[in-house]
Design a protein. Structure first.
Lengths: 150, 663
């Protein structure tokens, strides 16, 4: 059973697991997926790629940023049966660029970029958890990690 | 002009009297003149026919002189101004002309041209032979069709200009570029900290090919600050002060630098970089800002003009007045902790002294106390922490929680001296003696002052920017803009939060969020501050919390707690979510969904009542701040509640949304 205590202006409630089992009746305001102020996911409401998405890490802003943008855009808009099969050249350019900066793009990036097909396009439903940008080099920016369970 | 007017005013009575006198004289003259036959019908009062000859002439002379003087002065001023203006313009033009050849780097001279160029031995403002391919890019200089044709170049004196043979590719490559800085940066970011870096990244993502120049007075590339008072202290690596890398609980290692140096472009090469880039100019301080002219001046007198500018100057640690007045012996034994060098020096000190006292009971003070306290168990170091409040984080946590936290900090090996107001500090018998106002005395070897941050608003005066009197920092609007083309982000920005009102936030995530936002707005987004930043703190392995919004202990709070299990610690949270430090669990790439444990967590009996829970901070019955106490990966829910800004009748129901009993 929960019990309550008041210490001056501060109220303290202790609850057991059972107390919290019943679903909450607190009302939350419905989110507007097209809210321009909100942090956007990887894909903007109009279908464009959000290059500033934290999920991309430093990919779009680093020295190989333009190659990455070209490759990823090509992939995103690709209508081929095997998505992105018409973008091999762009990806190759990107890879060549990345090989020039091994400490920025650790070589296991190659495996991850090849599995781009796993990127889920409909990201906009769930807002990303946060935008803290403490850049993790080993993870930096694999687009596959932008998958989020809605 | 004013001189004229003053003179005129002085003369006016005289003139008036002179003129009335004249008129009087004229009247008498006229009257006299009636007796004469030929008298002109009207007279000017100053006419020679007037009787008052001497006063008239005096009057004429004075007026004439005043007018002449005024006219001459005006003419001289205008002439001088326009002359100065012309000089300035020509100076600027000549400077940009000088820059132009530099930004067109010379192509590798052909071997046969080494001969004609060998005669140029003087290093300064040298002319060197160029190949034809370079000619296309030299708009200012003559076409060097003949290899011997000189091209105006400025070269660094140390550079063996002629003999340098860079890549022979015909495309212009930056050849042993002279050490000249760009005189213009489309995006200029003042300050090389978290906010600037986040803005740089944002700009580069949104403006393809953007050229971003960061100017910082520190010698380091941009780095993150939180590990300096947390993770770096827990590292097992003895060379951590050099590498600044750290392993976390789960073994993953990273550097505190956001990016290694290969990410950045050299400042000299920024203007010519084909796809733009981010350049960091270290060791230079911006001392003046000319907002009308869109340029800044550095401490070495160079000027850099910009299109868009961000001020991310952060702040400087505050010091206690009593320490500043106490003299050099005390100041030399005091650390104001903020930068990498402070970390290095404190690490060194902590290995060589017997006792360290931390003054300040907030985030930084408590984290350092815990970090040093941890070390004390190995080295026998005495760690004392003193502060005016009753308990650690007294200004943030409600009293019951602050007391509980203080007990935890004590368990980390720290001797707490609460309700301590420092009266004086003296250096006696090789020890620092801290005398408190209530008479208590603390003897120690070294002091760390963690008593707040003074936002750096040095540029406000020259730039004419507003400084906020309540919170400090530059006053900016909801879009972080101070004036056209000038934005401020990070610790130095006092901004308008649409939801929570005007505030200034000194946390890492805020620097990231505001830096990103400023970068977006610098590239035309026009978005207000909307995404609420969070912050976190770990006080040893048992106490960790994440918080969002306004978390001020003077607000009424409602805390909902459950009993903690062994799984509810920061250590467990990182192990489970697989992220290195908790700061990462909120970042890109590693977003992890809250994992519900499949087996019921064993309930361990703690005698502490506040194992884990949620604390709501209320202002006018609306939740404006939330602390997640030993409850992790729930920040999105907290953010949503703050964003809604609704009045909730029963906060226990809201607390249910957090599932605090689960992992």
């Amino acid at each position: 059973m929960s019990y309550c205590r008041q210490e001056g202006k501060d109220r303290i409630i202790f609850v057991t697991k059972e107390d919290h089992e019943s679903p909450s009746n607190a009302e939350l305001v419905a989110d507007d997926p097209n809210d321009p102020y909100d942090e956007q996911g990887l894909i903007l409401p109009n279908g464009d790629i959000n290059w500033n998405c934290p999920c991309l890490g430093g990919m779009a802003s680093g020295p190989c940023g333009s190659q990455f943008k070209e490759a990823f855009s090509c992939f995103h808009y690709s209508k081929e049966e095997v998505k992105g099969s018409d973008c091999i050249d762009h990806f190759r350019n990107m890879q060549e660029c990345m090989q020039k900066y091994p400490d920025l793009y650790p070589q296991e990036e190659e495996k991850e970029t090849k599995t781009q097909t796993e990127v889920v396009p409909d990201q906009d439903s769930s807002p990303p958890s946060s935008v803290s940008d403490s850049d993790v080099l080993s993870h930096s920016s694999s687009p596959t990690d932008s998958q989020r369970a809605s | 002009m004013l001189k004229c007017r003053a003179v005129w005013r002085k003369l006016a009575p005289l003139a008036r009297s002179a003129s009335t006198q004249c008129r009087h004289n004229v009247k008498t003259a006229l009257n006299n003149g009636r007796r004469q036959a030929f008298v002109p019908a009207t007279h000017m009062s100053t006419g020679p026919a007037g009787g008052g000859g001497s006063e008239n002439t005096l009057y004429v002379v004075l007026v004439g002189a005043a007018c002449l003087g005024g006219g001459a002065y005006a003419y001289m001023t205008v002439r001088g101004d326009s002359k100065r203006y012309e000089e300035r313009i020509s100076e600027l033009a000549s400077r940009s002309a000088k820059e132009a050849p530099e930004s067109q780097p010379p192509v590798a001279p052909e071997p046969e041209e080494a001969a004609p160029t060998s005669e140029e031995s003087a290093p300064v403002a040298e002319l060197s032979g160029e190949t034809e391919s370079a000619s296309a890019e030299e708009p200012v200089t003559e076409v060097p069709a003949e290899p011997a044709a000189p091209v105006v170049e400025e070269e660094a004196p140390t550079e063996p200009a002629v003999t340098s043979l860079p890549e022979s590719a015909p495309a212009p490559e930056p050849v042993s570029a002279p050490l000249t800085l760009p005189s213009h940066a489309p995006y200029l970011l003042i300050g090389g900290g978290t906010a600037s870096f986040a803005a740089a990244r944002s700009i580069r993502a949104r403006d393809p090919g953007a050229k971003v120049l960061i100017v910082t007075d520190e010698p380091n590339l941009p780095y993150m600050r939180p590990p300096l008072s947390k993770e770096l202290w827990f590292s097992d690596d003895p060379s951590v002060t050099e590498t600044l890398r750290f392993k976390q609980w789960n073994g993953k290692e990273r550097s505190i630098y956001f990016q290694p140096s290969s990410f950045y472009v050299k400042p000299e090469e920024l203007t010519s970089a084909e796809n733009g880039g981010v350049a960091v100019l270290t060791g230079k301080k911006v001392i003046q800002m000319d907002v009308r002219g869109n340029k800044v001046k550095l401490d070495d007198d160079t000027e850099i003009s910009y299109d868009k500018c961000l001020i991310g100057t952060g702040g400087v640690p505050r010091n206690l007045q009593v320490i500043e007045k106490a003299g050099d012996e005390v100041m030399n034994r005091t650390t104001l902790f903020r930068k990498i060098e402070d970390f290095k020096s404190l690490d060194n000190v902590s290995r060589n002294v017997k006792s360290i006292t931390i003054i300040g009971g907030g985030f930084l003070g408590s984290e350092l106390a815990c970090a040093l306290g941890r070390r004390s168990s190995e080295t026998g170091l005495e760690v004392i922490q003193m502060f005016p409040e009753k308990g650690n984080m007294g200004k943030v946590l409600p009293e019951y929680l602050s007391n509980w936290t203080t007990e935890k900090v004590k368990k980390e090996g720290v001797r707490i001296v609460p309700e301590a107001l420092v009266k004086s500090v003296a250096f006696k018998e090789d020890k620092l003696e801290i005398l408190l106002k209530d008479g208590r005395q603390v003897k120690t070897d070294h002091i760390v002052a963690a008593v707040g941050l003074e936002p750096n608003v040095d540029l406000a005066k020259s730039a004419g920017l507003e400084v906020d009197s309540d919170f400090g920092g530059y006053r900016v609007n909801a879009e972080l803009q101070a004036r056209s083309n000038i934005w401020v982000a990070g610790d130095a920005a006092c901004f308008y939060d649409i939801r929570l009102g005007r505030r200034r936030v000194e946390h890492h995530d805020h620097a990231v969020v505001s830096g990103r936002l400023a970068g977006e707005n610098m590239t035309g987004a026009n978005k207000p501050y909307w995404h609420q930043s969070m912050f976190w703190s770990d006080l040893g392995p048992d106490v960790g919390y994440e918080a969002i919004g306004i978390v001020d202990s003077s607000l009424p709070t409602v805390g909902v707690f459950a009993k903690a299990t062994s799984k509810d610690t920061p250590k467990a949270a990182t192990e489970q979510s697989g992220t290195g430090i908790r700061s990462e669990s909120e970042t890109e790439a590693t977003a992890v969904t809250p994992v519900a444990s499949s087996t019921p967590a064993p309930v361990m009996e703690h005698k502490d009542e506040y194992g884990k829970g949620v604390i709501f901070y209320l202002r006018d019955k609306v939740v404006v701040g939330i602390i997640l106490w030993n409850v992790f990966n729930r920040m999105p829910i907290a953010r949503k509640i703050i964003k809604d800004g609704e009045e909730h009748a029963d906060l226990n129901e809201v607390a249910k949304l957090f599932n605090i009993h689960e992992d």
